[in-house]
Design a protein around this ligand. Sequence first.
Ligand SMILES: *Cc1c(COP(=O)(O)O)cnc(C)c1O
Length: 231
Amino acid sequence: MLKENLEKVEQKIQKACAVSGRKREDITLIAVSKTKPLAMLQEIYDANVRNFGENKVQELVEKYEVLPKDIKWHMIGHLQRNKVKYVVGTAALIHSVDSLRLAQEISKEAAKKHITVPILIEINLSGEETKFGFSREETLTFIEEAAKLPNIFIKGLMTVAPPVKDPEENRTLFKNIKQLSVDITKKNIDNVTMEILSMGMTNDYTVAIEEGATMVRVGTGIFGERDYNKK
Ligand SMILES: *Cc1c(COP(=O)(O)O)cnc(C)c1O
């Protein structure tokens, strides 16, 4: 069943690439496996998926320890500073950097471990108070400060778009994020590239790809609905 879900997602990605003139290999599919059991992740791994996304540090680390080592783990959820030490060296990419203090902590921990950690900046252009992420103005100020920190690389932007009935409702938002990345690129800041745009979830990843996403984070579309009550 999961393999069929995955095939459907794959076909939709290819179609979105075709209509927008993009190359399939420029898009990374991240299978968002939060709350899902190891057996399901293994099944998707066996279907050749190597990028998995988790939103809780403990769950990411537990899965990292037992699953094959060629998996790239993506930290996509809100990250607390006291948990940074567990993800630095474990996660291949931290998508959800939403404050300077968090970036400083990641930098410090990465220096301790003698590694350089790629990060994305979480953007919230929809202005929803309940969400994490920088506004457009805050982003530029943040980047100028964060770019100076040792042992981190800013690789792009990430956003969590609002849940909408019709994914077309998020098209302008995705366009604006892409435009922001273009504006940042033009500033030519050391240690900053905008090669990654992590945007689009089950409901709207095809629209996100059409508007420039390079990473899409698909959970439900691959693994089915999540049950948060089950323990
Ligand atoms: C859960 C989650 C996803 C996946 O959501 P689906 O709608 O199940 O595809 C993507 N991104 C983030 C940040 C998430 O927390």
